[in-house]
Design a protein around this ligand. Structure first.
Ligand SMILES: CC(C)(COP(=O)(O)OP(=O)(O)OC[C@H]1O[C@@H](n2cnc3c(N)ncnc32)[C@H](O)[C@@H]1OP(=O)(O)O)[C@@H](O)C(=O)NCCC(=O)NCCS
Length: 144
């Protein structure tokens, strides 16, 4: 498995993986194309034997970043890929002088909460009724 920077040609396959996973952002191909074109966006893919098996998307400026989207293919779960993607993003952001990263995660998404805690994030707050179904989000953050 290797982690590489995403390129615009990845949009379709990223959207296909994104739509299959619960709790990810479910961006359309067009939304992925838009994100990949943004200078403030940083997107990495996990590839295993030529196949896209995970991604992470962060965006930010002036030292403040937000983790916007993350998923790993269900067939590849619990192999450390999600953790490796988060670590790669944190390392690259630290090298650019980033100061802080935040994210929102559903209160129902215990696997992702555990992953972020393992990567050094902690709970900074809660956004009530954040999701379309009325459920709440935890705000998690990490100083870099
Ligand atoms: C959350 C997700 C990215 C984790 O990816 P993964 O590659 O399976 O995770 P890893 O193997 O790197 O696990 C890292 C840590 O996360 C936690 N974790 C991952 N899956 C877990 C699960 N099913 N139950 C409990 N903890 C879990 C554990 O702390 C794990 O560390 P450990 O293996 O030492 O116990 C993946 O389950 C996923 O794509 N979920 C759907 C999309 C999503 O929730 N995105 C986040 C939106 S905020």
């Amino acid at each position: 498995m290797k982690i590489i920077a995403a390129v615009p040609a990845c949009a379709q396959v990223l959207a296909q993986l994104d739509e299959k996973r619960p709790f990810s952002a479910h961006w359309s191909v067009q939304a992925w194309q838009g994100e990949l074109a943004q200078t403030a966006a940083h997107i990495w893919c996990a590839k295993d034997r030529g196949k896209l098996v995970g991604f992470i998307a962060v965006r930010g400026a002036a030292g403040q970043y937000e983790l916007l989207n993350l998923a790993v293919a269900e067939s590849q779960s619990r192999r450390g890929i999600g953790f490796s993607l988060v670590q790669r993003a944190l390392q690259e952001l630290q090298q650019t002088g980033a100061e802080r990263i935040t994210l929102e995660v559903s209160t129902a998404n215990l696997p992702a909460q555990a992953l972020y805690q393992k990567a050094g994030f902690s709970v900074w707050g809660i956004r009530k009724h954040f999701y379309a179904d009325g459920s709440d989000a935890l705000i998690m953050g990490k100083d870099l």
